[in-house]
Design a protein around this ligand. Sequence first.
Ligand SMILES: [Zn+2]
Length: 257
Amino acid sequence: MLVDVHAHLYDKNLISRIDEIILEAEKNKVEKIICVSDNPTSAEKVLDISKKYKNIYACIGVHPSEAHLYNNSFASFLEKHGLDKKVVAIGEIGLDYHFQPYDKESQIYVFLEQLKIAYSLKLPIQIHCRDAMKDMLTLLNDNKDLLKYGGILHCFSGTLNDLEEIKRLGLKISVGGVITFKNAKTFQELIKQIPIEQLMFETDCPYLTPHPFRGNINEPKYLALTAEKVADLKEMNFSEVARITTENSFKLFNKLK
Ligand SMILES: [Zn+2]
């Protein structure tokens, strides 16, 4: 069994085929999927989907690129729905300095506000961090106390040093389809050095489809390709990798059942 810890099933390319997508996922060993929001509108959708489908769980929050959409009413929404049985985490929250222009101050403020809410709800977080690792590590170190319930850096792309720091902070990473890309040699070398206890898997669908399906719309059924690649790199059995990473997901997202 595999868990896809980060999927955007409400995306227009996926939602119209969601029943089929969930069935195909199950056929390919993906029995649990955490559906992650990026703004207040998708947060509502994520809740609806998680209520409708037994094996779909919710992670709600505002993505840094949508930070301007965060307000008091969304904060109350998080406080209320964070208590729902199927809301397993707050996210994706974080920093994204990739696309200009971005408002650093507002991203930091919105990240910290949501981090505080996650802590008050005793929920783990899903962190999005793009081209902002230095600021992210500083923020996390300055707010260590708020990390008691753990979290992941999704689609991690950093160095071994970053990873050591993330580990020290008690956080884990989730690995997506990028690890299967032919041009991902550095990341592949890095994964060999990371203990399997630090890892989980995600599709981040509809994006980042694993090799050899790059170019197709990503969906959870492709998750095993990522897990297989990690098993190869770490010279482990696929079933062992699946078992340990699934356990890691259950330990962190403890409302997964
Ligand atoms: Zn995402």
